[in-house]
Design a protein around this ligand. Structure first.
Ligand code: TRP
Length: 330
């Protein structure tokens, strides 16, 4: 049987070049013809942080656009919205009955809020919903519902995959073998991507580079990258330069070596480096940018792709859920 690759992205915010290069592209690369792939928009997970329906909707659209522009082939993969398969909640409940509360107490995302509360002398449970607490169980259900083998994720999600394995194993110990035990495939490219101001690139920091902007706006974002005030003529330190760091995410070795050389030689201003970065992005991502514009002008194609994806994913989900229901005596 073909290996199943599965991953999801929470639908809060707009994906930026870091998500694109670190998560979306590598996941698509992993999902070759010898695999079956499941890529979904985790809009139930989004509800933990985001309750504005219009923002969730906008994020679903932007993330779907990013996947499709990156080259996701919706015919040959299962591309769907999590909320189109509400069966995931039945599995979430069943798994909740095997998940140890003590295990969930150790989840980083939950612990971080508890730590903040302690630091500010607030009640430990302040601002903690059951959704935040049991987030890893929903994630386990996302994975186990599709018999997924390989889960490409960033390092920050590794704990959740380990929890998924733990919850499935406990279920097996109590009730008998039922699930495929998944493995994480850590996406090392989810390396540190600096934003235009030098901090970690993040929508909330307002420092992102959005590859899909029209030329002029993209150029403006790139020109806004913070650099130091070394004069044009002087040699520059590429090691500490944001523009250089972003350039290296996309450029090939020769281009990187040339750029280092220019920095060191001097008579090369940051404006030149930014222009080179802009041209590189336009050149490297021309296919993706064209696809993006196509979908922007034909938004209904996104909904159509997701509707077909949901139908296909549901067939798999129903089969697995039936197996689980039989095991637990329904
Ligand atoms: N929690 C993941 C994130 O925030 C998104 C996600 C939800 C996911 N369910 C998943 C990732 C299942 C992989 C597998 O990035």
């Amino acid at each position: 049987m073909k290996k199943r690759i599965l991953t999801g992205i929470t639908t809060t915010g707009t994906p930026h070049i870091g998500n694109y290069l670190g998560a979306i592209k590598p996941a698509l690369k992993l999902a070759g013809p010898e695999t079956e792939s499941f890529f979904f928009l985790a809009d139930y997970h989004a509800l933990i942080k985001q309750t504005d329906a219009s923002l969730i909707e906008a994020s679903v659209k932007n993330i779907a656009l990013a996947w499709l522009s990156a080259g996701l082939d919706s015919e040959h993969s299962n591309f769907y919205r999590q909320s189109d398969i509400p069966e995931v909640h039945e599995l979430t409940w069943i798994l909740s009955c095997s998940a140890a509360k003590g295990l969930l107490n150790r989840a980083h995302a939950y612990k971080a809020v508890v730590a903040e509360n302690e630091a500010s002398n607030a009640d430990d449970d302040k601002a903690i919903s059951m959704g935040l607490f049991s987030y890893p169980v929903l994630m386990a259900a996302d994975i186990l519902l599709y018999d997924a083998n390989i889960i490409p994720v960033g390092k920050d999600q590794l704990q959740h995959i380990e929890m998924t394995r733990d919850v499935a194993s406990r279920f097996h110990a109590k009730i008998g073998k039922t699930f495929v035990i998944p493995e994480a495939e850590i996406q090392h490219q989810t390396m540190y991507v600096p934003g235009t101001n030098g901090g970690k690139m993040s929508k909330s920091q307002n420092n992102i580079i959005n590859l899909f902007l029209p030329d002029k706006q993209l150029r403006k974002q790139i020109m806004s990258i913070a650099t130091d005030s070394t004069p044009m003529e002087d040699s520059k330190d590429w090691k500490s330069c944001n523009c250089f760091a972003i350039f290296t995410l996309v450029a090939d070795e020769q281009q990187i070596a040339d750029m280092k050389d220019k920095y060191e030689r001097g008579d090369y201003g940051y404006g030149h480096a930014k222009q080179a970065l802009f041209e590189l992005l336009i050149d490297k991502f021309s296919t993706e940018r064209t696809r993006y514009n196509h979908y922007m002008n034909n938004l209904s194609e996104i909904d159509e792709a997701l509707a077909i994806g949901a139908e296909k994913a549901k067939v798999v989900a129903d089969t697995v859920l039936k197996r689980v229901r039989t095991k637990v005596g329904y």
